[in-house]
Write a protein that binds this ligand. Structure first.
Ligand code: TRP
Length: 331
């Protein structure tokens, strides 16, 4: 089975990303043929700094490797290194409805958040995302709940292409992680931990040093009452219990049983300790990997070489079906 996912090139991956997405990427290496793409071409659809973009892309590469992606067992690459993505994006635009693009929630939210230019790229974002996956005829796309609409559109684009030009593209499935999808901000436990941050103090980053993690947990918001159990009116405690459960690979029930009678202070300190234990090895490996940019670039270019090879047959067939280019391929 072929798995594809894309990840934004931000160096600031948080605990929710780590548990929900990154660990699932690592597991994907065992389940099938996995491709992971760092999407710099998606990143340029909103205001950005070119120098920063290149740095953050390398940060992301190093985080993924530090978390356990193994270039021997997956294809890890940079989107802009593989021209098939942009070419297929354009070709797919002919079976994408403008109305669908302009109704996407993410487009609406991001375009109203832009202070200056709302780029056409922002509108085209989901078409490029569809091309990312469809170029490889991937069957499964592990990605968060927030990408549901983009996945539905991608499936629609594939179906429409097949109906118009003949069976060519694979209609992929969305795979939403069960755990980690619900890691909440430590300061605002009713909202998800996110990069576009509800709060800086409530967001635990993968690269935070232990003292920073401990401090964030110490200041975590809890609820009234004293018992340690998950309940709708106890979002803060529920979140800490779930984080602890994931970090220690226990069920939340086991954690509740174990901590029965303990206070919130203790809950926070054991949660902090467990998260430090989870993230410290990643941070340490990251420091080593990040310092060798040449090695990172080499990993990415080897990944791109493999990706190009895998995408080429799809592109050739799409061009052929669409009547674009010469009958026997370019040149
Ligand atoms: N839009 C996705 C996100 O923000 C990233 C992404 C780009 C992606 N291309 C993809 C995810 C292809 C899955 C498949 O998280």
């Amino acid at each position: 089975m072929r798995i594809f996912s894309g990840i934004q090139p931000t160096g600031r991956k948080h605990l929710g990303n780590y548990i929900g997405a990154i660990r699932q990427y690592v597991a994907g290496q065992e389940r099938g043929e996995a491709l992971y793409c760092i999407v710099d071409l998606h990143a340029i659809t909103v205001a950005y700094d070119p120098v920063e973009l290149r740095e953050r892309l390398l940060d992301t590469t190093a985080i993924l490797l530090a978390a356990g992606l193994d270039p021997q067992r997956c294809v890890l690459f940079r989107q802009s290194d593989v021209a098939a993505h942009t070419e297929l994006c354009w070709l797919l635009s002919s079976v994408t409805a403008l109305g669908e693009l302009s109704r996407m929630h993410q487009f609406r939210d991001k375009s109203s958040a832009q202070r200056e230019l709302v780029s056409a790229g922002l509108l085209f974002y989901p078409v490029l995302q569809a091309a990312d996956v469809l170029a490889y005829r991937a069957e499964e796309v592990p990605v968060g709940e927030d990408q549901r609409e983009h996945l539905e559109l991608m499936r629609e684009i594939a179906r429409r292409f097949n109906a118009r030009f003949g069976e060519t593209l694979v209609v992929p499935r969305h795979r939403i992680p069960e755990v980690g999808a619900r890691i909440m901000d430590l300061q605002h436990p009713e909202t998800k931990m996110s990069t576009t941050g509800t709060s800086e103090e409530g967001t635990v980053y993968v690269l935070d040093p232990p003292q920073a993690i401990e401090k964030k947990f110490r200041r975590a918001v809890t609820d009234s009452g004293t018992d340690i159990r998950r309940a709708p009116d106890k979002p803060g405690v529920s979140n800490l219990v779930e984080i602890l459960a994931v970090a220690r690979q226990r069920t939340p029930e086991e954690i509740e049983g174990e901590l029965a009678g303990a206070g919130y202070g203790q809950l926070k300190s054991v949660a902090a300790e467990a998260v430090v234990g989870l993230l410290s090895p990643v941070r340490e490996r990251y420091e080593q990997l990040r310092s060798d940019e040449r090695a990172l670039e080499q990993t990415l270019s080897e990944g791109a070489r493999q990706a190009r090879e895998l995408a080429a047959p799809t592109l050739a067939e799409v061009r052929e079906r669409m009547g674009v280019g010469g009958r026997h391929g370019p040149g």
